[in-house]
Design a binder for this molecule. Structure first.
Ligand SMILES: Nc1nc2c(ncn2[C@@H]2O[C@H](COP(=O)(O)OP(=O)(O)O)[C@@H](O)[C@H]2O)c(=O)[nH]1
Ligand SMILES: [Mg+2]
Length: 426
């Protein structure tokens, strides 16, 4: 049950993750943080990746970069691991007869089958980098609602500190209803991954994000915006208003659980705030996610141990049973061993070599079989004799009773009364 609540069954890390930095930051290198860039198509994930890359390079701390978007045509940075080197999604489309989305999803699925190898490479480089950046497919649902997206996320997160950067296209989120849908989507991802979460309002060079921060902090400000704008937007003001109004209350808890920053991938504004938020996210990972992960790992180990013990006990019990059966010399009754098979007779039971023990038990079994067959034969014969005797008896019955007298109306007497002379007919 608790596995449902937590990051559901993260696959075991291929290599033991280094122990958490336990205050000894001075001597021990901190683990790198993985930043998973997730967001709607066109929100600016790829552009932000490029911005982060150049920012980190300027700080002399080049990141390790993974590209998981098989369909990106122009990548403004060079990735250390690129899904496009492994799978060609256009070829996948042709081979599997798929459309673009199916092709991208299938390419991601194929790549996921190799992800333990990928993670191996990442872990090898984990010593020498501070940040690992992951770009995801343009279409958000391909990553967030697919099994492979979940597998990849869990694999990464169970190996290294991971934060989700949810990129929002700020200029396109100024309408209250759109803003709400975007936040609900973010909320669903937060609850799915349970990872430290940063909402990144991108493109603040075009549209500052203070309106969004205000809506998140002040429920009434959002309500006011709804009442102002939604009527012109959708022409169905009252319905949208009440729905969004209640949603806003629901999301209050969600807003309390995350950090929101504004950046411009284009101009590089807001980088400091972004990396501060990432650092906070790392701390949250260490405080909340890591212990949960360790607890799950311990639970799994205990379960495996318990399973092993139970199996061993069952084996011992089974062996005891067969030991005492042979030790007391009480040979299972004829056919007893066959009767032990809960699945009934099987051709393999009839094979000569079915009991290959060196005790010659097999031969005994043959004897038992012969005895058994003999017994059956004898019984069958007896039954046959009985049946015959009864038939004969049925005729015999009359014989002693009639004594020497011929049956009435019978000329021959049915062969009885032999040696008697019958009264001659007159
Ligand atoms: N003005 C502005 N445009 C941006 C910014 N970030 C991305 N874009 C533009 O948004 C479009 C989509 O960006 P892209 O990174 O491909 O989005 P992705 O699909 O999420 O990877 C591109 O035309 C970018 O030039 C930004 O911070 N400011
Ligand atoms: Mg992209």
């Amino acid at each position: 049950m608790s596995t449902e609540a937590g990051p559901s069954s993260p696959p075991p890390a291929p290599a033991a993750a280094p122990a958490p930095a336990d205050g000894a930051e001075g001597e021990k290198k901190k683990e790198p943080v993985v930043i998973l860039c997730i967001g709607m198509a066109g929100s600016g994930k790829t552009t932000l990746m490029q911005r982060l890359n150049s920012h980190l390079n300027s700080r002399n701390s080049p990141p390790y970069i993974l590209n998981l978007d098989p369909a990106v045509s122009h990548m403004p940075y060079s990735a250390n691991i690129d899904i496009r080197d492994t799978v060609d999604y256009k070829e996948v489309m042709k081979q599997y007869n798929l459309g673009p989305n199916g092709g991208i999803l299938t390419a991601l699925n194929l790549f996921t089958t190799k992800f333990d190898q990928v993670l191996g490479y990442v872990e090898k480089r984990a010593e020498s980098v501070d940040y690992i950046l992951v770009d995801t497919p343009g279409q958000i649902e391909i990553f967030t609602w697919s099994a492979s997206g979940a597998i990849i996320t869990d694999a990464i997160a169970s190996s290294l500190p991971t934060v989700v950067a949810y990129i929002v296209d700020t200029p396109r989120t100024t309408a209250p209803a759109t803003f709400m849908s975007n936040m609900l989507y973010a909320c669903s991802i937060l609850y799915k991954t349970r990872l430290p979460f940063i909402i990144v309002f991108n493109k603040i060079d075009v549209q500052p994000h203070d309106f969004a921060l205000e809506w998140m902090e002040d429920f009434e400000a959002y309500q006011a915006a709804l009442n102002d704008k939604s009527r012109d937007e959708h022409g169905e003001g009252s319905y949208v208003n009440s729905l969004m109004g209640s949603m806003c209350l629901v999301l209050e808890e969600f807003y309390n659980n995350l950090r929101a920053v504004g950046v411009s991938a284009m101009t590089g504004e807001g980088m400091k705030a972004f990396f501060d938020a990432v650092e906070e996210g790392r701390k949250e990972y260490e405080a909340d996610y890591r212990p949960e992960l360790d607890r799950l790992a311990a639970e799994r180990a205990a379960q495996t141990e318990a399973d092993k013990k139970a199996q061993l006990e069952r084996l011992m019990r089974d062996m005891n049973v067969s030991d005492s059966a042979t030790a007391t010399g009480s040979r299972p009754s004829a056919g007893g061993r066959r009767g032990d098979n809960p699945f009934g007779p099987h051709p393999i039971n009839e094979r000569e070599d079915r009991y290959m023990d060196e005790d010659g038990y097999d031969e005994d079994e043959e004897e038992v079989d012969e005895e058994e067959q003999e017994a059956i034969r004898r019984q069958a014969e007896e039954e046959e004799e009985d049946a015959d005797a009864q038939e004969l008896g049925a005729l015999d019955v009359q014989e002693p009773e009639i004594g020497g007298l011929p049956p009435m109306g019978s000329a021959t007497g049915g062969g009885t009364g032999r040696g008697m002379s019958w009264p001659r007919p007159a």
